[in-house]
Design a protein. Structure first.
Length: 413
């Protein structure tokens, strides 16, 4: 690694990190994690730099960064250079939005997350929902029938901790079979209320996470594996541990001590966290583990596990319905009530869960694309490199490389 190039990037990384902290004083959701020097965060709080000053400094950093020429054969430095370029660009876009600039859903997704999200017409979801008829019998509309069917698989409050603890343990063991985790990695699990999300990982640095599960609404059986893998292993917790170990600790790259939520990094973080579920549980392994372990712990009929898995797999095809609801709602094409009804009709959410999701749209806006579009981009990237379902070792290898690198969305295409 040429040290003169590394030093040039270091001279930009420190002021960039401080600018992220400065933006965080204007946007409580912006700094998702920070574990760098404490005095930097204290300085940001004391100074509370105006958005205009942040923008000016960011533009200067971007100009300096653009003048640095990193040969492509210097692979890790080339990726670092691209990472800083994309992160500063998204920071500038966020500052402009906080200053009053209005962006459409698609403009915002491109500005923050380095991608152009796909569009699906209403007919696409109507067709998919209609195909569920053969899997879910009963009376009423298909969304009503799906909701009635799924309510058989609610984890009662007295069993939630037992089920989630078992799911996290299994996800961790499977991850440790393929990834060398830091010896001191650990997490705390909390159950919370009154949130717009169902689960969250708050990374604290030094290989420690706080994982929170929102218990406002009924929790269905499948959410145990979903959240255990996504928030924990091999998802957000492992992703952050590996980035901290590989870059913040080994090389002293301070830009990896801060995670700005509305940035290109989030598509990689959410996409790998969702794909990590499939990596940890390929094929029918998830259904078999749920049937043998989680259904009994939840006091549910394990003979229903296979059909329930089929319904969930089919419902997953409707995930982009949430993006379309967000796009229409945030572009002021439909009302909140219409967006919630769209989620009921095409994402097969209960009315209560649909209302909660519109709160998520208000708070995080186009961030929704990172879960499904991010998943698809990550899956295609890894499969192109041989990490297919029938080659689990290779899939884990490519997955680990991705979550241990500064690669960003445009680098997946």
């Amino acid at each position: 690694m040429p040290q003169h190039l590394n030093k040039e990037l270091n001279s930009i990384a420190e002021p960039y990190t401080k600018l992220v902290l400065a933006v965080g004083q204007h946007d409580a959701d912006y700094v998702d994690a920070y574990y760098g020097p404490k005095e930097w965060s204290e300085e940001a709080k004391t100074e509370k730099k105006p958005l205009s000053a942040i923008k000016q400094e960011a533009l200067m950093l971007k100009t300096r960064l653009d003048e640095i020429d990193i040969p492509r054969n210097e692979n890790i430095l080339h990726l670092r250079h691209q990472y800083l370029q994309k992160q500063i660009t998204s920071l500038l876009s966020r500052v402009e939005a906080l200053s009053g600039k209005k962006l459409s859903f698609d403009e915002e997704a491109k500005a923050y997350y380095d991608v152009e999200p796909p569009y699906f017409p209403e007919e696409h979801f109507q067709k998919l929902v209609g195909e569920l008829t053969s899997l879910v019998s009963g009376n009423g509309s298909i969304p009503e029938r799906v909701e009635t069917y799924r309510r058989q698989f609610i984890i009662t409050p007295d069993k939630i901790d037992k089920v989630f603890s078992a799911a996290i343990y299994e996800c961790r063991q499977r991850t440790k079979n393929y990834i060398d985790l830091p010896e001191n990695e650990t997490f705390r699990l909390e159950y919370v209320h009154n949130k717009s999300w169902s689960g969250y990982n708050w990374y604290k640095g030094n290989n420690e996470s706080l994982i929170q599960i929102n218990t406002d609404l009924p929790i269905f059986l499948e959410r145990a594996i979903d959240l255990a893998a996504h928030e924990g292993y091999p998802g957000h917790h492992v992703y952050n541990c590996l980035l901290e170990t590989a870059f913040a600790r080994k090389f002293g790259w301070v830009e990896f001590t801060v995670y700005p939520l509305f940035s290109s990094q989030s598509l990689i973080a959410e996409g790998t966290a969702n794909f990590g579920i499939e990596v940890a549980f390929p094929g029918k392994e998830r259904m078999e583990f749920e049937r043998s372990m989680l259904f009994p712990l939840a006091g549910l009929d394990k003979d229903q596990a296979e059909n329930y898995s089929k319904v969930q797999a089919f419902a997953a095809k409707l995930s982009y319905a949430g993006n379309e609801a967000a796009r229409r709602y945030l572009n002021a094409e439909i009302s909140r009530e219409d967006a919630a009804q769209w989620l009921v009709n095409y994402a097969l959410m209960s009315p209560e869960r649909a209302q909660q999701r519109t709160r998520f749209f208000d708070q995080y806006r186009s961030y929704v694309i990172n879960y499904n579009f991010g998943l698809d981009l990550v899956r295609h990237y890894i499969e192109r490199r041989g990490g297919t379902e029938d080659k689990p070792g290779k899939r884990w290898e490519e997955f680990t490389k991705l979550i241990s690198s500064p690669r960003l969305p445009s680098g997946l295409l």
